[in-house]
Design a binder for this molecule. Structure first.
Ligand SMILES: Cc1ncc(C[n+]2csc(CCOP(=O)(O)OP(=O)(O)O)c2C)c(N)n1
Ligand SMILES: [Mg+2]
Length: 582
């Protein structure tokens, strides 16, 4: 039974009881982390609380990645925790991923007792020494040490307010070990009373934007990851269909608009598609609406000036500071993607009722590429060759991926193949940490997502390099019965680096990134207790996926591929080469 919800009359509430009550009020029911002495009271209370689940990961980075996946998928706050010192620093990369992509997360770290600070306490991480609060400051929206147990609820509410409002993100509380169990008298605040909802927008600007979009001959939308964070996929679809606007996504937002839709241009930028590039960079678009896309290097093909539309650029972003950074914007629309799209739809309906006619003329243009022709090297998608091509097994995989599959990608050459060669259909979801771009995220965040929505099929398509870095977390998934299916593309190397190195610097392949002693991925998985399959021929992946899904437990499919086929690096290699020269 939860002691937090029902304090006994003769036992005063402790700081930790109040803390856990807030977590539950915010619907944060899972804590990911690794216990250690200086955070022991926190972990002990979480484990004892029947309403909370403690997931002990194999590495703290895994805890932060899982919390990120949980929050990124569900939109709810996630919690990760690590003890003072190395436990805290191990969280940092995962927290940075969440910060870069606007994912809400509460990070709790341990600290030496307030009575011992400055005296050389074991694992002390205060300003006197290795300052953990300072380390988290640039990668969180709030990073503080709680210096009195009485102020713990105040700091927690402030942290939650910041994590969950505006552009969301991680927040960090560092708590000295002697604070948790002290008695606390505290007025209870319901979440709605301490954090505002943010549905603000500029009505006049939205009205003008709707008018311009309806009048456009060649309207287009570039959708970014803000659409997924706001859960605005359906609103985007309705608005695009109403306008008959063509839609591309950024690489990070792949799939927020169904890629088999007649209006889909696919992905613009990194490993993107021909139609997206020729339409959006080709000088054809008169009014371009960008929604929750930061217009960064990977999306804009190295800030290509051709992305500017001939008439007007309308940019929706939750943060004013992200508007007009790289292109001059005609109508800035500050607000959450869903709020703004709802208002745009409302204004467009009103204008149509009042007699405005939609002028989109895309139907008079040549049709968009479909089928294998949509992709570069289409012949490799249907190739029966052995060794297996990376394109062919993805093409096979599409046949068998469930309609509601959630697909995580890690970072590497396999990611470029995933972005280019997988067609994400309505109801499916593609997730990638392209803001920070950390290897290992896709290997682990999938576990958090699968915990957030049990019953939904979750896949991770990752490389052997990323699997080697963080793959031990498949054991955490096994422990907790989380049925993720990992598909590990084994090319026996850091493929992106090996292929990319031939296009940058001195153009010598970096031979050291090849694994001369290849990782036997399936054998590693079996040794850890998971069922595993090896796929190395065309037409095999379908059966392996079917069997893996049938297990209803975590499973690994190793796909051995032709390592000589370069991933679709495109302009990325050119831009790195350019930066190095400068
Ligand atoms: C933590 C981290 N270290 C290094 C990198 C740079 N990096 C990006 S992809 C990659 C290699 C990925 O290898 P693998 O997972 O096998 O994927 P492949 O390219 O072979 O498909 C490296 C080293 C990174 N993004 N993140
Ligand atoms: Mg590899």
């Amino acid at each position: 039974m939860s002691t937090g919800d029902h304090p006994q009359p003769d036992k005063p509430e402790r700081a930790i009881d109040v803390f856990l009550k807030y977590l539950k009020a915010e619907e944060a029911r899972t804590v990911f982390g690794i216990p250690g002495g200086l955070l022991h009271p926190f972990f002990e209370a979480v484990e004892a609380d029947g309403d909370l689940r403690l997931v002990v990961t194999r590495h703290e980075e895994g805890a932060a990645f899982m919390a990120d996946g949980y929050a990124r998928h569900s939109g709810n706050l996630a919690v990760c925790a690590g003890t003072s010192g190395p436990g805290a620093t191990n969280l940092l990369t995962g927290v940075s991923c969440a910060f870069a992509d606007g994912v809400p997360m509460l990070v709790v770290t341990g600290q030496a007792s307030s009575l011992a600070m400055g005296k050389g306490a074991a694992q002390e991480t205060t300003r006197e020494d290795i300052d953990v609060v300072a380390m988290f400051a640039p990668v969180t929206k709030y990073s503080v040490m709680v210096t009195s147990h009485q102020s713990l609820p105040h700091h927690l509410r402030r942290a939650l307010r910041r994590a969950l409002s505006g552009r969301m993100g991680p927040v960090h509380l560092n708590v000295p070990v002697d604070m948790w169990e002290r008695p606390l008298e505290e007025d209870w605040f319901e979440p709605r009373t301490y954090r505002p909802s943010t549905q603000a927008f500029d009505r006049a600007a939205v009205g003008k934007a709707a008018t311009l979009l309806l009048a456009a001959r060649h309207p287009a939308i570039l959708a970014g990851s803000g659409v997924a964070l706001a859960g605005a996929e359906q609103h985007l679809l309705s608005f695009a269909e109403m306008l008959q606007a063509r839609v591309a996504t950024s690489p990070r937002a792949k799939g927020v608009f169904p890629e088999n839709h007649p209006l889909s241009l696919g992905v613009l930028g990194f490993a993107g598609h021909h139609d997206a590039r020729t339409t959006l960079i080709g000088g054809k678009v008169d009014v371009l609406l960008t929604v929750g896309a930061s217009l960064n290097e990977t999306t804009t093909l190295n800030w290509n000036p051709g992305l500017r539309p001939t008439e007007a650029l309308l940019q929706v972003d939750i943060e004013a500071d992200r508007i007009g950074r790289n292109y001059p914007v005609d109508i800035p629309l500050v607000g959450e993607a869903q709020t703004i799209l709802v208002e745009l739809l409302y204004h467009a309906h009103r204008l149509i009722r009042e007699g405005t006619v939609i002028r989109s003329g895309w139907d008079q243009e040549p049709p968009l590429l479909r089928g294998h022709q949509r992709y570069i090297d289409p012949e490799l998608r249907t190739s029966d060759a052995f060794p297996l091509t990376p394109q062919r097994w993805r093409c096979d995989l599409e046949e068998i991926l469930p309609d509601d599959a959630v697909i995580f990608s890690d970072i590497g050459g396999h990611m470029l193949f995933n972005i280019h060669h997988l067609c994400i259909r309505p109801g499916q979801k593609f997730v990638i940490n392209l803001g920070f771009g950390s290897m290992g995220h896709g290997v682990v965040a999938c576990v958090g997502a699968a915990m957030a929505e049990p019953g939904r099929p979750v896949f991770a398509i990752v490389g052997d390099g990323g699997f080697a870095m963080n793959g031990m977390e498949i054991h955490t998934a096994l422990e907790h019965g989380v049925p993720v299916v990992w598909i590990v593309e084994n090319n026996h190397m850091h493929g992106i680096t090996w292929h990319g190195s031939q296009k940058v610097g001195n153009r010598r392949p970096l031979g050291s990134v090849r694994f001369h002693k290849p990782l036997e991925v399936a054998a590693v998985a079996r040794a850890m207790g998971l069922p595993a399959w090896v796929v190395d021929r065309p037409g095999q992946i379908q059966g392996a996926v079917q069997e893996a899904l049938g297990q209803r437990e975590p499973a690994v499919i190793e796909v051995r591929v032709d390592d000589s086929i370069p991933p679709p690096l495109g302009d990325r290699a050119k831009s790195i080469a350019g930066f190095i020269k400068k």
